[in-house]
Ligand binder design. Structure first.
Ligand SMILES: C[S@@+](CC[C@H](N)C(=O)[O-])C[C@H]1O[C@@H](n2cnc3c(N)ncnc32)[C@H](O)[C@@H]1O
Length: 217
């Protein structure tokens, strides 16, 4: 089987913005920021609460670009069978150390397939896939539709996808990703919008943040 970190049935996997630009060996401000919030007992479960609403009980949930595993862990606590997928080895190690109950598949999202997940002992289809915390704006340029298509191929028939990102002026090294481009990529991936909100508390859509619930067409 090919190495899911570097290649897939869809062809070579280009390095994403995170691995090209964000230092992971000496810790990242993202990881340190959330680890600090966790230590201080702050609420960081907004994404997980909404994903939980979308999911049947004891659902199969894939957390794509899971980082330190905070969303995965919050979903596991709610009784779901969660699979975290993360490519950055430092974040994989942090996730496994802090949340050992969360299985992490070390892979690029583009390297995922039912066969890869089965080989990892994880479900091959998911009730909910979360792509939250700005993952979309750290993908390799021009891989947005391919990424969404790869994930759409892992949805169960009634499955849904929760995607959240800042479309403009995001964190360092991310890219601007206007909602119009996202809409085009969603359609190219064979997905449709069920809802578009502006926050995980379901405030109306604004230009500041995208919270989208997607389903297969
Ligand atoms: C800002 S962090 C957010 C992490 C996590 N979703 C959270 O909300 O805590 C962005 C993450 O996207 C991941 N990422 C970006 N492109 C990726 C790809 N193509 N495959 C896997 N992970 C990716 C990075 O490795 C990083 O962990």
């Amino acid at each position: 089987m090919s190495d899911p970190a570097n290649s897939s049935a869809g062809g070579p996997i280009p390095p994403n913005r995170w691995e090209l630009n964000v230092t992971s060996t000496s810790g990242t401000s993202y990881a340190e920021c959330f680890e600090d919030l966790i230590e201080r007992g702050q609420d960081i479960d907004g994404e997980a609460r909404l994903a939980d609403v979308l999911a049947p009980r004891r659902a199969r949930i894939l957390d794509a670009g899971a980082g330190i595993g905070r969303v995965s862990a919050a979903l596991a606590v709610r009784g779901h069978d969660v699979t975290a997928v993360e490519k950055d080895p430092d974040l994989v190690a942090r996730s496994r150390a802090r949340f050992p109950e969360v299985p992490v598949v070390e892979s690029d999202i583009l390297g995922l397939s039912p066969a890869v997940l089965e080989a990892a002992g994880r479900p091959t289809a998911y009730d909910v896939i979360v792509v939250v915390g700005n993952v979309m704006i750290y993908l390799a340029d021009e891989t947005e539709a391919r990424t969404l298509r790869t994930l759409a191929g892992l949805l169960a028939p009634e499955g849904r996808m929760l995607v959240g990102f800042r479309p403009h002026k995001g964190p360092e090294h991310s890219r601007d990703y206007p909602v119009e481009a996202f809409r085009r990529h969603v359609a190219e991936a064979g997905l449709a919008f069920e809802n578009l909100f502006g926050t995980y508390e379901l405030r109306p859509a604004t230009d500041d943040y995208v919270v989208a619930v997607l389903r297969p067409v």
